[in-house]
Design a protein around this ligand. Structure first.
Ligand SMILES: [Ca+2]
Ligand SMILES: [Ca+2]
Length: 128
């Protein structure tokens, strides 16, 4: 298990290097969100500590995802498992839209997103 985690980490940082926003890149949006979340001092950059916190949060998110979707437990997502992941994401997206897309344009505007975020906060607070 330690070995596997190690190779995942290596893979992760290799991917990380590839995804590093360097000018234009479609990945920037997602990555930007992560960076914002972990940019504790708000200087727009991640210092090594913040980066480490982000990496471990990403790792946890990945583990949660694998726990949920890696049905045969081989540590990767097969096409079937990926399809389920996509379906779950899509379902969640639809749920968000049906709840928060007030003007019905099929996407969440910044205000709608904000409402969604607030609602999620409340839900999580209620969950404890
Ligand atoms: Ca699998
Ligand atoms: Ca909308």
């Amino acid at each position: 298990m330690g070995l596997l985690a190690g190779s995942l980490l290596t893979l992760g940082s290799a991917l990380w290097a590839q995804n590093c926003p360097d000018g234009a890149g479609s990945k920037e949006g997602k990555q930007g969100r992560w960076e914002k979340r972990f940019d504790a001092n708000g200087d727009g950059q991640l210092d090594p500590q913040e980066k480490a916190a982000m990496q471990s949060a990403k790792g946890e998110a990945r583990q949660r995802m694998m726990g949920r979707f890696d049905k045969d437990g081989d540590g990767k997502l097969s096409e079937t498992e990926k399809a389920e992941l996509r379906a779950a994401k899509e379902a969640r997206h639809q749920e968000m839209l049906s709840r928060f897309d007030k003007d019905g344009d099929g996407r969440l505007s910044p205000e709608e997103r904000k409402a969604a975020k607030e609602a999620r906060k409340t839900e999580q607070a209620n969950k404890g």
